[in-house]
Design a protein around this ligand. Structure first.
Ligand code: FAD
Ligand code: NAP
Length: 340
């Protein structure tokens, strides 16, 4: 199948913030056979590249002067070895559909990660996490193609250098690889992680805590506070939760006794960025035509499909205010294209 490249394409439908930025070139990758052609095109034209799965973790600051590639590689393979199950999914598969597919086949381990938008191929990029579980806890390996050399490579868990909403693909290997397949190590035995307090609360009164009950609870809580991008465009949490030294946390706690903090390794504490934003009065406060969401202040919403610049104006104002009030730097979680 040959790659079709279009010009000046509106990326509005391809990012969940619905930013109407245009890509100079745009193509869709439907098959692994097209990757060599993609690499030839990139090296011939010397273009910046924007790989897009579901577009739920990107901010398009401006029009994109390079090639945007929507990744549509599809397919799921399941191999059972006794109680262990290796689930291999192609990068373009929808993440939530994969979670549902596993559950309906009595394959467990993904329940806490239900309803996260986007694709399987993007999941390792920021080591997606929710309700106390991160991708790395079920990750086996991934297949990728080096966009410079065309070399096919397999990354183990160690190779991926996973961290808190972080991996090698946001750092040393940024923009170097297209992830084509992700292999997950799951189980036929239910072993849901129920440590997260909001999840425990949502399961109160549930008689039998099955993986299906956990999945349902996660979906219920998420739907009650997170805006569906189809209704109100957003990219989920706009900032990472800052991790600060315990000494700074103790000082902050004296001034704000009710400030939540979660102990981390290396004498550090994780703060809830949403709490800081809420306390500072940004929740539901319109700035231009964008605002931090009324039900979860960490989510920046773009109801009128405004520009990336409008979004970044609000983000910078929030960052400056939080720094001034608390001495804490908020880092934007989605990848910003166009002003790096
Ligand atoms: P995209 O936005 O398309 O891409 C994100 C980045 O990954 C880009 O830099 C892109 O170039 C790169 N990329 C994508 N696919 C590939 C590939 N195959 N190979 C190489 N690079 C690639 N995140 C969480 O961690 N936990 C949550 O609970 C969560 N909840 C969310 C809720 C909402 C309502 C929304 C809108 C977002 C949420 N997110 C959450 C963020 C987002 O859904 C995840 O980060 C998701 O994994 C992004 O997938 P995507 O396919 O949309 O990635
Ligand atoms: P929440 O339960 O209201 O909690 C607020 C914040 O406190 C969360 O960000 C969470 O950090 C942290 N937290 C709460 N209890 C914790 C504990 N026992 N140990 C460590 N950290 C704790 O959060 P929410 O907004 O409804 O989101 C629920 C889950 O979905 C969270 O895990 C969140 O990360 C995830 N989510 C992520 C995105 C995204 O775009 N990245 C969007 C929506 C929801 P963590 O974020 O580190 O878990």
């Amino acid at each position: 199948m040959t790659l079709t490249v279009d010009n000046h394409v509106d990326l509005g439908p391809f990012n969940t913030l619905a930013v109407p930025a245009r890509a100079k070139y745009f193509t869709q990758l439907d098959s692994l056979d097209q990757i060599d052609e993609l690499i030839d095109f990139l090296s011939r034209e010397q273009l910046p590249l924007l790989l897009l799965g579901g577009g739920s973790n990107v901010v398009l600051a401006d029009d994109f002067s390079g090639l945007a590639v929507k990744l549509n590689l599809l397919g799921v393979n399941i191999q059972e070895r006794g109680d262990q199950v290796l689930v291999s999914a192609m990068a373009g598969e929808n993440w939530h559909a994969l979670v549902e597919h596993c559950l309906s086949n009595n394959i467990y381990g993904l329940e806490n990660l239900a309803l996260i938008p986007g694709t399987v191929g993007a999941a390792p990029i920021q080591n997606i996490g929710a309700y106390g579980v991160e991708l790395e806890s079920v990750f086996h390996s991934l297949d990728a193609v080096d966009l410079k050399t065309g070399e096919r490579k397999t990354f183990s868990k160690v190779d991926c250098q996973f961290g808190y909403r972080d991996s090698i693909f946001k750092n040393a290997a940024k923009d170097r690889y297209v992830i084509t397949r992700v292999n997950l190590s799951l189980s036929k035995t239910p072993a849901s992680d129920l440590r997260y307090p909001a999840l425990q609360q949502a399961l109160e009164g549930v008689e039998k805590v099955t993986p299906q009950a956990v999945f349902d609870a996660v979906c219920r809580v998420r739907a009650s506070k997170l805006p569906d991008p189809k209704d109100i465009p957003n990219a989920g949490s706009f900032f990472k939760n800052p991790v600060i030294a315990n000494s700074l946390f103790e000082t902050l706690k004296q001034a704000h006794p009710e400030m939540p903090g979660y102990p981390q390794a290396n004498d550090c504490t994780k703060l809830a960025a949403g709490w800081l934003i809420d306390q500072s009065g940004w929740k539901a406060k319109p700035v231009g035509r964008v605002q931090m969401h009324a039900l979860q202040a960490l989510v920046l919403t773009n109801p009128n499909c405004d520009s990336g610049q409008a979004i970044l104006t609000l983000a910078r104002a929030v960052q400056a205010d939080i720094l001034q009030r608390f001495g804490v730097t908020l880092e934007i979680e989605p990848r910003v294209y166009g002003c790096e």
